[in-house]
Ligand binder design. Structure first.
Ligand SMILES: [Zn+2]
Length: 258
């Protein structure tokens, strides 16, 4: 079953963004299989290396962890598609203003794996999966949450046009100043010190899915609130006027000047 397809049965999730138009089928194939296969991308981009990519994706993901702590969204901006960034940063910033979610996120540790990668729809597509756990179980009771909420899954979809390719070194990012591969996720080139934090090799996060209880539940609550507001608006609006029956009367035209 596709991850997150049936939200009523699985844990509540928050989904922000969507695959680039034309890549839906290719991305659905990754989500359906979820087995880490990346031969489909290797065929299109021969230097792509799954482990190196995952290391870089992990660095991008860690910037969202830092966002909870620092409440500074800017480091995350370069790795996300603009509309995804706007909404995701807004959600995290609003949740991180509360002590419960913030202490949870800061206590979490995550392991990363590749959901899969392929080429399709004129794009390279790769899903990185992060399994997050809060080891300190007492945090759950402190905030009145069931213990199973100390685990959640984040899935980030990275996409780039097929005009991009991985350099022969296999590095995702290459220093724009000296050309050295930058693979350790550091914001600075380790050879010349240039800022490489905005370099992504063309990859951008186009979809974020999370089952983190605070974000997912907040979204459920917001959705319910929006629905109630829509109902209220409908009650308060005056009824639409009914169409007049019979021939439509028009004023007689003035006679053209002689
Ligand atoms: Zn450099």
């Amino acid at each position: 079953m596709r991850w997150g397809k049936d939200k009523r049965q699985g844990p509540a999730s928050l989904v922000i963004g969507a695959p680039v138009a034309g890549t839906e089928g290719a991305v659905a194939e990754i989500d359906d299989r979820d087995d880490g296969a990346w031969s489909g991308l290797a065929a299109a981009d021969s230097a792509f290396d799954a482990a190196t990519f995952l290391g870089w994706a992990r660095g991008a993901y860690d910037r969202s962890g830092a966002l909870w702590a620092s409440r500074d969204a800017e480091p995350l901006r370069p790795v996300m598609e603009a509309s995804v960034f706007d909404r995701y940063a807004q959600e995290v910033l609003s949740a991180s203003s509360l002590p419960g979610p913030r202490s949870f996120a800061m206590a979490a540790t995550a392991t990363a794996r590749l959901g899969g990668a392929n080429a399709g729809g004129a794009h390279h597509n790769a899903v990185a999966v992060f399994d997050a756990t809060v080891a300190d179980a007492s945090l759950c009771s402190t905030w009145g949450l069931p213990a199973d909420q100390a685990r959640w899954v984040d899935r980030w979809l990275f996409q780039r046009p097929t005009s991009c390719s991985t350099p022969v070194s296999g590095a995702v990012v290459v220093c724009p100043e000296c050309g050295a591969p930058a693979t350790d996720g550091s914001p600075r080139c380790r050879y010349c010190g240039a800022d490489v934090s905005a370099q992504t090799g063309g990859w951008l996060v186009t979809r974020v899915e999370t089952t983190m209880p605070w974000l997912a539940v907040a979204e459920d609550r917001l959705a319910a609130l929006r629905e109630r507001m829509a109902d209220k608006m409908a009650e308060k609006l005056p009824p639409l006027p009914t169409r007049p029956s019979g021939p439509v009367l028009q004023p007689p035209r003035a006679a053209p000047p002689a």
